[in-house]
Design a protein around this ligand. Structure first.
Ligand code: BJW
Ligand code: ZN
Length: 259
């Protein structure tokens, strides 16, 4: 366990400096310092009354479409109102640096936000979808919606009904995210698995490691003995498998690891 940013071990800094094929697996924590709330920590506003786990299912949506829809539109507005943080930016710079030297850094994220992209990274895959994408619950047709009108600073007071699909005329729109009980996009999952299998360093950032099957991806590194590094202020379900666990926020720690 390493918790002192000023005392990062030389072997870890060397490992990072020498890595050419890096697989990054990110979760909600990388966007925490941008102001996006994580899932399993003390919640505010709407999150105080409803747990993410109770809203992120198709059953929740069908039971109360307006509540779930409004909750997602609020979160989408919040994400659009914030900016990438130094953790996202440092990964983007590292990706450019490795690509220039004919290496590669791949980012597979569980996040439904686009903060990696807005920091300048190319993202290999969004394992749990994208909050700004929408499709019909019935016919699956994709829909483009205007940005939410509110700025995301406070939860909306009045739930609004989800729009009706213009393709089939009857279905309701849903956010393009992966809810509990749903399959992950196979291409994103397979690409993430391959990036871990072919990496010479795997960096796990800002995920509690609770939600499967994403949480099993870092373990593929164990097959080849690839070094695993975690950046997280807390211990996680994955910490015991790590070669290095850097304790701290990603916005502070990732730039230090690359300095
Ligand atoms: C910082 C920080 C800073 C803070 N810097 N870090 C039992 C065993 C195994 C599996 C299951 C099981 N029972 C049920 C399942 C399956 C289920 C599952 O895993 N459930 C678990 C809860 C047990 N999984 C599924 O259902 C998945 N699908 C599936 O399995 O399909 C197969 C199948 C289908 C049908 C039938 C049968 C099988 C789908 C999972 C989809 C998850 N979706 C969500 C919601 C997305 C939409 C939305 O945004 O609302 O994805 S849930 C939520 O959790 C979201 C996240 O991507 C995901 C992971 O969360 P994450 O990123 O780890 O965040 P947190 O909040 O948990 O942690 C934040 C971390 O950041 C913490 O560690 C902090 O310390 C840290 N941190 N500040 C760095 N500054
Ligand atoms: Zn439809």
């Amino acid at each position: 366990r390493i918790s002192d940013a000023d005392q990062l071990p030389r072997e870890l800094l060397d490992l990072i400096a020498e890595a050419r094929y890096v697989a990054v697996l990110s979760g909600a924590g990388i966007s925490a310092e941008s102001g996006v709330p994580t899932f399993r920590e003390v919640q505010t506003g709407l999150w105080e009354r409803f747990s993410a786990q109770d809203l992120a299912t198709v059953e929740a949506y069908e039971a109360d479409p307006a509540l779930v829809w409004t909750w997602y539109r609020w979160r989408q507005a919040l994400i659009e109102a914030v900016e990438p943080n130094p953790g996202h930016r440092a990964l983007a710079a590292w990706q450019q640096h490795l690509a220039a030297g004919s290496g590669r850094l791949s980012i597979s994220t569980q996040n439904v936000d686009d903060l990696h992209e807005r920091a300048g990274s190319e993202v290999l895959g969004h394992l749990h979808g994208a909050i700004a994408a929408h499709r019909c619950l019935d016919c699956g047709a994709e829909a483009t919606l205007p940005r939410p009108e509110y700025d995301g600073s406070v939860p909306p007071q009045n739930p609004e009904e989800p729009p009706t699909c213009t393709a089939c005329g009857t279905g309701r729109l849903r956010p393009g995210v992966v809810w509990f009980g749903e399959m992950l996009p196979m291409d994103a999952f397979e690409a993430a698995a391959e990036s871990v299998r072919t990496a010479d360093l795997v960096l796990v950032v800002g995920t509690s490691g609770i939600v499967q099957p994403a949480a099993s991806l870092p373990l593929l590194a164990l097959e080849r003995g690839t070094p695993l590094v975690e950046v997280n202020p807390e211990d996680t379900e994955l910490t015991e498998y790590m070669d290095y666990a850097v304790r701290g926020g990603s916005g502070q720690m990732i730039p230090r690891l690359l300095a």
